[in-house]
Write a protein that binds this ligand. Structure first.
Ligand code: ATP
Length: 262
């Protein structure tokens, strides 16, 4: 069942076309990779799908629970509310808040308190606070960070901060989760752990996942389908085997060498 459909998506920055007439089709429950050389337009495509930039042209539709919405050009908070959550290539956390509060703030955005009860700390403020705390702890547990709930985010290791980013994205209750280089900066052991975790999250939360990743072992191992961008153009899409053996991909992506094996 179709979840996201992008048609002829284009984004220009002045004279530079970062994404050109990209077509994407994502079915509910799929785990899809988005790869391509540096500067190919991958993050720009994420930014279009999440409203950071409006498309110069083209359409994006999201279908959830039988309801189809045209989300192209909407503000990021509205797209997040519609069901698309994301992480960023450069980690964006509240470094001086605790790990728990980083997740709680993301949950609160989804469930604002009635103003009067928040001002006077009267019900349902207290009950909502407790629910947010317990759901935050559950998400930290899932991401292996429950033991660090009271630490400041800045004191986490790099890999842990990446996990916390995913916990924050999950707190927005997405149907479609976009992960921008989730394994960047991780060692092979951490990457293998994260690979297993992403597959588990997809199953446990019933998520659809689109991920940008330079680590080919991760992409080839868990993605069912892969889109390949080069100079802003989708030059190939298909299963890991189809993509790995596609001459255009070999030429564009690795300058003629075979794309990495799983
Ligand atoms: N806000 C912007 N203003 C001007 N140019 C931009 C902007 N954002 C991206 N670009 C340009 O668009 C092109 C695509 O960049 P983008 O970051 O989307 O590529 P990428 O595939 O994610 O690269 P990487 O793998 O290095 O992160 C690049 O030439 C980049 O310089």
């Amino acid at each position: 069942m179709s979840l996201l459909e992008a048609t002829k998506l284009t984004r220009n920055f002045g004279g530079l076309t970062a994404v050109y007439e990209a077509d994407l089709h994502i079915d509910s429950g799929e785990l899809i990779g988005l790869i391509g050389p540096n500067g190919a337009g991958k993050t720009t495509l994420f930014n279009l799908l999440t409203g950071v930039y409006p498309p110069s042209s083209g359409t994006i539709t999201l279908t959830i629970d039988g309801k189809t919405e045209d989300i192209g050009g909407r503000k990021p908070y509205r797209i997040c509310a519609a069901g698309i959550g994301r992480t960023f290539q450069n980690i964006r956390l509240f470094k001086d808040l605790t790990v728990l509060d980083n997740v709680a703030t993301a949950l609160q955005q989804n469930r604002p308190y009635p103003l009067v009860s928040a001002l006077f700390h009267i019900p349902p403020f207290g009950a909502t606070e407790r629910r947010i705390r317990s759901e935050s702890l559950e998400l930290l547990e899932v991401m292996g960070l429950a033991g660090k709930a009271d630490e400041l985010a800045r004191n986490l290791s790099y890999g842990e901060q990446r996990h916390l980013e995913i916990a924050r994205a999950l707190a927005t209750h997405p149907s479609l989760l976009l992960l921008d280089e989730p394994a960047a900066g991780m060692n092979p052991f951490e990457t293998a752990e994260l690979t297993a975790l992403i597959a588990k999250l997809r199953a446990d939360f019933g998520l659809t996942v689109l991920l940008i990743e330079h680590d080919m072992s991760l992409v080839m191992k868990i993605c069912e389908r892969i889109y390949v961008l080069d100079h802003g153009i989708v030059i190939a899409s298909g299963t890991p085997d189809e993509v790995r053996n596609n001459p255009k991909v070999i030429e564009a992506y690795l300058g003629g060498e075979e794309v990495g094996n799983a």
